[in-house]
Design a protein around this ligand. Structure first.
Ligand code: NAD
Length: 421
């Protein structure tokens, strides 16, 4: 698939460092701080055995990276994907540091991943892999140290297994060690939908700023998993017309609009959007270039590159995925007047409600869905407003503005703590 070839050729860690360097220049950050913030604090690689259903043993490779812990414990998801690399996890951990800072929640950045295609494993094998991986990284994770959450190909069930494994190992129940858990285990109401909901809150703010009427907007969404699925459903609920949807198998297009709920039901049954009746099948590359007003990349990194950025027709790009745009593509989009809501702002709803979940677990006091969503809206709109203000004041893109806000906050925390010893 074209998108996978592009993604494989670009190293997300180099992208993350380039984005940081640009912000460091704008902020005139001292050389010492630049060196500290440019590298992760810790990188753990584990190779661990899992007994497969046929009795054989497979060895898998996994990672947990903590980027910067100046503002609080590490926070970040666990990804299961056949293309996971240490560099990808490092980039995702660094992005988490900035994301937590831009929305003002007291966490540092972390991320984890296992190199595996979970679609090829049985449920029991995925459980075995999750439990052993949790044990391997338990030298890092703890409720006040490093708190994982779901990401690509992991979900509330994965988090339940992680929480149970950690709790078995320490000898008591520790709900706050992961977020994104089922509500029955101390998960938060609204967490499953939080990332997509936050994406749509930020689109609503951007549309207000750009004077775009969502009722007249056509939307394309790349990736139809947790984040893409919820974003598509909620943007349709705002009155927009969803014309394109995709997953790893390919994309579907219907200029008159797709019934998102019907596509979700189709995917439940067929495990892909492909074959959805009444829609034209196109490639993921074509989906990005569709004639639409809002593009929501919600799959993987480095999908919008110098090769296709010039062909993107959407006026607004809402980065639901982490790192979907390369720095070269960013420049082209900026030059072409596209309004990009950068990932560290756009998809911060997930980690924000993860923070709410962690607080609820620690306090043993649980909130209702209305309270969760209202507080989420508050955090997202405030962060959007501060980023927009910075962008207009400094005459920089929304990404540079979000980085300037975030990096400054992390730099302040890092320098005021001082250099130990
Ligand atoms: P998911 O596993 O639920 O869904 C991923 C979707 O992307 C699936 O539909 C999959 O088929 C599709 N996909 C995979 N490879 C693709 C390709 N090459 N081209 C097109 N589609 C492809 O994962 P998710 O949790 O929805 O995460 C999606 C993105 O959002 C990731 O970048 C993730 O890091 C980011 N994110 C997730 C959360 C969260 O709370 N889950 C929070 C913040 C950011």
């Amino acid at each position: 698939m074209a998108t996978q070839t592009i993604a494989a050729a670009i190293n997300p860690w180099h992208v993350a460092q380039q984005q940081f360097d640009l912000a460091a220049v704008h902020l005139n950050l001292s050389p010492g701080l630049r060196k500290v913030l440019r590298e992760p604090k810790r990188e753990l690689t584990v190779h661990f055995p899992v007994k497969m259903d046929d009795g054989t043993v497979e060895v898998f490779t996994g990672y947990r990276v903590q980027h910067n812990l100046s503002r609080g414990p590490a926070k970040g998801g666990i990804r299961y994907h056949q293309d996971v690399t240490l560099d990808e996890v490092k980039a995702l951990a660094m992005w988490m540091t900035w994301k937590c800072a831009v929305v003002g929640i007291p966490f540092g950045g972390g991320k984890g991943g296992v190199r595996v295609d979970p679609k090829k494993l049985s449920l029991r094998e995925v459980e075995g892999l999750t439990r052993r991986f949790t044990t391997e990284i338990s030298i890092l994770i703890a409720p006040d140290r490093d708190i994982p959450a779901p990401d690509v190909n992991t979900n509330a069930q994965t988090m339940a297994w992680m929480m149970d494994t950690y709790s078995m190992n320490v000898g008591y129940t520790a709900p706050a060690v992961v977020t994104g858990k089922p509500v029955a285990l101390g998960g938060s109401e609204g967490r499953t939908e939080a990332t997509g909901r936050g994406v749509v809150y930020s689109i609503v703010e951007a549309a207000r700023h750009l004077d775009m009427d969502l009722g007249k907007c056509r939307v394309a969404v790349q990736g139809f998993g947790n984040v893409g699925g919820v974003s598509a459903r909620l943007i349709a609920a705002e009155g927009a017309t969803v014309v394109g949807l995709s997953d790893w198998m390919g994309a579907i297009y219907r200029p008159q609009g797709l019934d998102v709920d019907a596509v979700l039901a189709w995917v439940q049954e067929h495990r892909t959007v492909m074959g959805f009746p009444g829609a034209r099948e196109i490639t993921n590359g074509e989906l990005l270039e569709l004639d639409c007003d809002i593009l929501i990349p919600a799959a993987l990194e480095t999908q919008i590159t110098a090769a296709n950025a010039g062909k993107i027709r959407a006026r607004m790009i809402a980065e639901a995925a982490n790192g979907p745009t390369t720095p070269e593509a960013d420049e082209i989009l900026h030059k072409n007047g596209r309004f990009v809501i950068p990932d560290i702002l756009c998809n911060a709803g997930g980690v924000t409600v993860s923070y709410f979940e962690w607080v609820q677990d620690l306090e043993r006091d649980f909130w209702n869905i209305g309270h969760v969503n209202e507080k989420l809206r508050e955090v997202m709109t405030k962060a959007f407003a501060s980023t927009l203000e910075m962008s207009l004041k400094q005459e920089v893109s929304m990404r540079t503005a979000a980085y300037m806000l975030a990096v400054q906050r992390v730099a302040d925390a890092t320098s005021v703590r001082g250099l130990y010893p």
